[in-house]
Design a protein around this ligand. Structure first.
Ligand SMILES: [Zn+2]
Length: 254
């Protein structure tokens, strides 16, 4: 998500127990988050974005800023970024600095992977449809090895057997992130699973679509593209979701 208010992480302040940097990615944390594990998850997300959809970070800085608890997170953010009050973590574009804010909790790893996905997507692309932005973030927030058996995957298989398919046209009409509900997050994730995993043609259609945006052109709605039509993927959606295979060809993240 993009916000216009300026915000600065003061690296020189002593509040940070951990400060670390790899390439253009910096970490500031008020507690020890397990830095090796953190870098492994960041690397996983970056590697998968490159392999799956040819999206790569630029050399502009990404700052990952982690707070010891929700109170500290809100004291730092709430007045500048009111949306933080409703969210466990947030991606914030601060000019040329791409910032990820989160706090220590049971879901920190997932939150971090989700928001780092947004940061890299927004570095690579001048804009992108909300359902792809959230769909990829939801897809990559789960480590690869957990995706096939996660509760959301099992739930989607069950729903598909009752006839469910997500509506791409509805997802394309979501006006803004604030209005997205739980079902729309789920359907964005499901549509992304479908495109990434159904066939080589379906994944290529998504890659090609993002490549057009990367070049600065406006491709129109994905559902209207020739590549989507040629792949035939949308007509096979329900049969995909009944089994919902997830590719595991990128190496384990353990
Ligand atoms: Zn998100």
């Amino acid at each position: 998500m993009l916000f216009s208010l300026p915000l600065v992480a003061h690296a020189q302040e002593s509040r940070w127990v951990i400060e670390d940097k790899r390439g253009s990615i910096e970490v500031y944390a008020e507690f020890d988050p397990g830095i090796q594990d953190l870098w492994k998850h960041v690397d996983d997300v970056a590697r998968e974005l490159k392999v799956l959809v040819a999206v790569e970070p630029t050399d502009k800085p990404i700052q990952i800023i982690l707070f010891r608890d929700q109170g500290s997170y809100l004291r730092y953010l709430a007045s500048s970024v009111p949306q933080s009050r409703q969210r466990r973590a947030i991606f914030y574009r601060n000019g040329d600095v791409y910032q990820v804010f989160a706090f220590r909790s049971r879901t920190l790893t997932m939150d971090l992977r989700h928001e780092v996905t947004h940061a890299i997507l927004h570095q690579h692309l001048p804009f992108l449809p909300l359902w792809i932005d959230e769909g990829l973030a939801e897809y990559l927030e789960e480590p690869e090895a957990q995706r096939s058996d996660s509760s959301r995957t099992k739930s989607a298989r069950w729903r598909a057997r009752m006839g469910w398919v997500p509506s791409l046209q509805s997802l394309e009409n979501i006006p803004n992130a604030e209005s997205m509900n739980t079902d729309e997050y789920r359907d964005s994730w499901a549509m992304t699973c479908l495109l990434l995993n159904e066939s080589d043609a379906s994944r290529q259609a998504l890659c090609d679509y993002l490549a057009v945006i990367h070049r600065g052109e406006a491709p129109g709605p994905f559902s209207q593209t020739q590549a989507a039509a040629d792949s035939g993927v949308l007509s096979r959606a329900n049969s995909y979701f009944r089994k919902m295979p997830i590719r595991l060809d990128l190496g384990s993240s353990d």
